[in-house]
Design a binder for this molecule. Sequence first.
Ligand SMILES: [Fe+2]
Length: 174
Amino acid sequence: MSNSLIDHVVELGRRIADLERRNRNRRRTGVVTEVDHAKGLARVKFSEKPKPYLSPWMPWLEIAAGGTSTHIPPTVGEQVDVVSESGELTDGIIDFSTHSDQNPRPHDGSEVVIKHGNVRIEIADDKVTIKGDLKVEGKVDIEGDHVKHNGHRIDDHHKHTDVEPGSGLSGVPE
Ligand SMILES: [Fe+2]
């Protein structure tokens, strides 16, 4: 083969290797190792052979980032997909995550569940259950049949036990 033909083949081999590298980088699965909440950036480790590769700082996708806006930062140890249209990880964005052995699904039913630390919000077809302390900054209007505290009614129809008209304190609500 002439030198120019050899050069051409070498050049083609180099370009194919580069295409293959970019193709591999278009979507990869890794684990979050660091999160900068203020900047909205995180780093992801890919278990590459022969040695793992740590990504540059990258933004993560949010469900919404306009008039409706969310802040759902990834957590260290979370398994995520990183996507890059160009195939260069320097252009990468952290996509949605998939559960792993370290971070299993928080629920096994059809209800919608959002879990964060020890707080859990569960949305069933006819009920929302919040596990955790609740703070409301604003007025609260409750419309419904009753309001109970530890099984006792405290709403606008509640009655008291052990009470006769007079100056004494009444018993606990029914
Ligand atoms: Fe009362």
